[in-house]
Design a protein around this ligand. Structure first.
Ligand code: HEM
Length: 402
């Protein structure tokens, strides 16, 4: 088996769209990732994606941004506001974990800090398991931690959430409640299973665990990177400071630029399912590994300009190139949470009052409103448990908003 690396933006994009290539980045993390949506291929992937796509509709994103998100934000931020300080990683994780739990279909009946913290700890372990290929720790130790976290998740969160949904679906079938009373989330969709997609009970639980980690891990990291990039940019470009405070479309543009520079995974891995010629012209045998270098593709100077390596929210983009580059992937595995997290790209006639901004831009906006700033007495630290370039600890000071 040989490894072929693809790094130019256009060829990386064409390679990700090539359906003869199957997912392979998560083979090491099979303890949690085996047979979940992201690793499926062909007809099996199509059927499951179509089923789960029902949850990811734009009308629901809008409702989520305007109704659910502000309430969850208020509740999560309150203790940090009172203290006047936070670890941005912890704050982002708590918030985004609640957000993803709503989409995945995991109830948090108590809604208190202890319950959130318990779920957050479990999800952190799932994340480390999923990205095991990039872990710097002993892999078998991490696998055992994932098994223990899954067992705890099953009794503390999964089974009660499952039972409540089963009951609601029975009541709905009996005409006792209406469709509005049934939750709109991945677990409910899987239980209803209108498409009759085969799924063993253990896989269904891991699918939900996968959603929890896929959504919260990448959103929390993206929020910390975006906050850091915006604050750093404003320090050297005071002319944009006020715009960041008052122009949410500009702030969204800043977040998209940050997403381009910091893809959640620096690489996508694929396996060739047959002998083939790749879009680069290289020949691959069956089962060769194709590494798509997203981080390098997103900094391709022929697409993003000579300053592609730096943060520049005024960058002029080629028509049709998403401002976040390949950070949300492309092709059959394109991220289902893309519009939820990044929002929609504004058009010339976009109304800033009704625009869908996305959860990461909204979160950064909320931090800016609270005058969040790095704590000068406690420097931020990079994450040490992974080769991925993420923040591990990011202390901030913040004010209260009424
Ligand atoms: C900034 C935040 C996020 C980033 C950067 C991100 C990135 C990605 C990328 C790159 C992929 C494709 C991987 C590949 O092709 O190998 C992906 C897939 C996926 N993402 Fe995200 N993601 C984010 C947030 C979310 C959220 C919030 C959710 C759910 C609520 C989510 C759910 C998914 C799912 C279900 C897939 C698998 C799709 C499939 O295989 O058909 N993501 N994500």
């Amino acid at each position: 088996m040989k490894t072929i690396t693809v790094s130019g933006y256009d060829v990386a994009s064409d390679t990700l769209r090539d359906q003869r290539l199957a997912q392979s980045l998560y083979d090491e993390g099979a303890v949690i990732m085996a047979d979940v949506l992201l690793v499926l291929h062909g007809a099996e992937h199509r059927a499951r994606r179509l089923l789960e796509l029902r949850v990811f509709r734009r009308d629901f994103f809008r409702y989520y941004e305007h109704v659910v998100f502000p309430a969850t934000l208020k509740q999560t931020v309150a203790p940090y506001e009172a203290a006047g300080r936070a670890d941005l990683m912890e704050l982002s994780y708590r918030l985004t974990m609640n957000l993803t739990a709503d989409f995945a279909g995991i109830d948090r009946p108590l809604r208190d800090a202890e319950e959130t913290e318990r779920l957050r700890r479990q999800v952190m372990v799932f994340s480390e398991g999923a990205t095991l290929v990039h872990s710097t720790r002993d892999k078998e130790t991490v696998r055992n931690e994932v098994r223990a976290a899954l067992a705890e998740f099953k009794t503390t969160f999964y089974e009660p959430s499952l039972a409540r949904r089963q009951l609601l679906l029975t009541d709905f079938a009996a005409g006792k409640i209406t469709e509005e009373d049934v939750p709109r989330d991945v677990l409910t969709v899987l239980l209803k299973n209108d498409e009759r997609v085969e799924m063993a009970p253990d896989l269904m639980m891991r699918e939900i665990a996968f959603y929890l980690q896929a959504g919260s891990h990448s959103t929390a990291n993206a929020t910390a990177h975006a906050f850091h990039d915006v604050i750093t940019w404003c320090a050297t470009h005071p002319e944009d400071r006020q715009r960041v405070d008052t122009d949410p479309l500009f702030l969204q543009r800043c977040v998209h630029e940050s997403l381009r520079l910091h893809p959640a995974s620096p690489v996508a891995w694929r396996r060739s399912t047959c002998p083939m010629t790749l879009p680069t012209g290289a020949d691959a045998d069956a089962d060769d590994r194709v590494v798509i270098d997203l981080a390098t593709a997103n900094r391709d100077p022929s697409i993003f300009g000579v300053d592609a390596d730096s943060f520049n929210p005024h960058r002029i983009l080629r028509d049709g190139t998403p401002p976040w580059g390949l950070t949300f992937g492309i092709g059959v595995h394109t991220c289902l949470g893309r519009d939820l997290d990044g929002g929609l790209q504004p058009r010339a006639d976009t109304d800033p009052l009704t625009h869908q901004y996305g959860i990461v831009p909204l979160l950064v906006q909320e931090l800016i409103k609270r005058k969040a700033r790095p704590d000068p007495s406690d420097p931020a630290l990079a994450a040490s448990h992974t080769e991925r370039a993420n923040w591990g600890y990011y202390p901030i000071l913040l004010d209260t908003v009424c």
